[in-house]
Write a protein that binds this ligand. Structure first.
Ligand code: AMP
Ligand code: MG
Length: 434
């Protein structure tokens, strides 16, 4: 675990009032280590493994396929006959091999076996001529030797997965194809990492929960819902701690309770200049927390560090802490570009960099140099296969509808200024999280 000294050392190189996004990502990466120990592992049935992180390599107990078989419907024969000269080959059909019903004897050199896809290649045979290439009269077939070669249309035993070789590696997040692959190996249970637990709450006296009536000046709490959704999609266990009032006692209680109940604590709101002093005092008491002004938009203010549930830092149980800004779009952008990777790493997942695609700006985009901007974009594919991106319009960090409208972030690098129509930009398509 990174100590408080190391934390101070990592951030000492940077100006916390203008921390480049990459620097923040690096620091978070150093702090987000997978939880260690056997207690973090459990065995689950195949279906329950979907979306979970494999705790160990899965070694294939068998060859898949288990036997040489036909890739086509056609006729199996000994391929040596192809090199006996002659533009065509004449063979007699000696019998039939169906999937699950093998032809068990060895056909003669002038014979072949009618074979269906997936059927075991009969003894002595190694090549399959597809039925489309054959003319058949009674039990006799004829086909051209020109385009066939020995071994064609035969799937070899173990060509998909070889016995004794790792089929899936530890750290893999199990996907639909993996469930099928595990089933193809006859594996009904796997060792996965226990889910990471993440507690989250919203701060703000102006916040109301869905179901309450809005009084003048109050707003519905949306961050708890976007956070819930993104956390669920990441496959972590969520603990929703509701809305916390902007006062020292409530926040103190919420932070301690969250730290007790989770591996990671995420709050939103209350970290901007206006509120930071009061929050800062508490964080200093409860942990090692740095306040950053990340050079990004949206998402400038962010608190990050480790909290302790005891009387003071270093006592009781600890949890990693992300104090996200309050603005709804900033919450999503910081989650996506700062928090996501940390949660995956702590879950024991192998790194999964976000997909970045080059696109052409279809319109001029205003951008201020000296910060990374994550503008909400709509990307479409041109007839020529290139992506063209436009912004969703007003980019205020409270405009949550811009996130719903968008299908990607247009990521405009730190040093860049205004973008002209036709300039190249990078886009990060939303994946299932957003
Ligand atoms: P803060 O970072 O606490 O200063 O909040 C910045 C802005 O985001 C304010 O306009 C808040 O009302 C708004 N805000 C903060 N938390 C939430 C929330 N949970 N849901 C919706 N809006 C919020
Ligand atoms: Mg607030």
């Amino acid at each position: 675990m990174t100590t408080s000294k190391e934390f101070s050392a990592c951030i000492a190189h940077y100006d916390p009032n203008a921390l480049p996004v990459e620097a923040a990502q690096d620091i978070v990466r150093q702090w987000a280590m997978p939880r260690a120990g056997d207690a973090q592992v459990e065995r689950v049935g195949l279906r329950d493994a979907l979306g979970r992180v494999l705790a160990e390599d899965v070694i294939s107990p068998i060859d898949v396929p288990a036997f040489d078989n036909s890739a086509m419907d056609g006729y199996a024969f000994a391929g040596a006959a192809l090199s006996h000269g002659g533009d065509t080959l004449d063979l007699t059909v000696a019998g039939t091999a169906l999937a699950g019903r093998p032809f068990e004897s060895t056909p003669g050199t002038d014979q072949c076996v009618r074979i269906m896809t997936g059927a075991l290649i009969p003894p002595g045979c190694d090549t399959v001529v597809p039925q489309e290439l054959v003319t058949r009269e009674g039990a006799a077939i004829r086909f051209s030797t020109a385009t066939l070669h020995v071994g064609q249309n035969r799937r070899l035993a173990g060509e998909d997965l070889a016995k004794g070789k790792p089929a899936l590696l530890a750290g893999r997040i199990v996907r639909a194809s993996d469930l099928g692959l595990l089933a193809s190996l006859g594996i009904g249970e796997v060792c996965v990492r226990k889910r990471l637990t993440v507690a989250f709450f919203s701060t703000g006296d102006e916040l109301r929960s869905v179901g309450d009536t809005l009084s003048p000046g109050s707003v519905y709490d949306s961050n708890r819902y976007t956070l819930f959704a993104m956390l669920e999609r990441l496959g972590v266990e969520t603990v929703d701690l509701g809305i916390v009032r902007d006062d020292r006692t409530s926040l103190d209680r919420a932070l301690r309770h969250a730290t007790e109940s989770a591996d990671v604590v995420i709050s939103s709101g209350g970290v901007s200049v206006g509120d930071a002093d009061f929050t800062r005092e508490l964080m200093n008491l409860l942990g090692d927390v740095a306040f950053w002004k990340i050079a990004m938009r949206p998402g400038r203010p962010l608190a990050f560090g480790r909290l302790w549930s005891g009387e003071r830092a270093g006592t009781g149980k600890s949890a990693l802490f992300f104090g996200l800004p309050g603005n709804p779009v900033a919450v999503m952008a910081t989650f996506y570009f700062i928090v996501r990777e940390a949660l995956l790493a702590m879950s024991g997942a192998a790194r999964q960099p976000l997909t970045v695609i080059r696109a052409i700006a279809a319109e001029p985009i205003r951008k201020r140099a000296g910060r990374t901007e994550f503008q909400r974009g709509i990307a479409t594919r041109d007839d020529d296969g290139r992506f063209r991106a436009v912004t969703t319009g007003p980019q205020g960090s409270g405009v949550l509808s811009s996130m719903s409208e968008a299908n990607c972030f247009i990521v405009l690098e730190h040093a860049r200024g205004d973008i002209d129509a036709g300039d190249e930009v990078e886009i990060v398509p939303f994946d299932g999280l957003i």
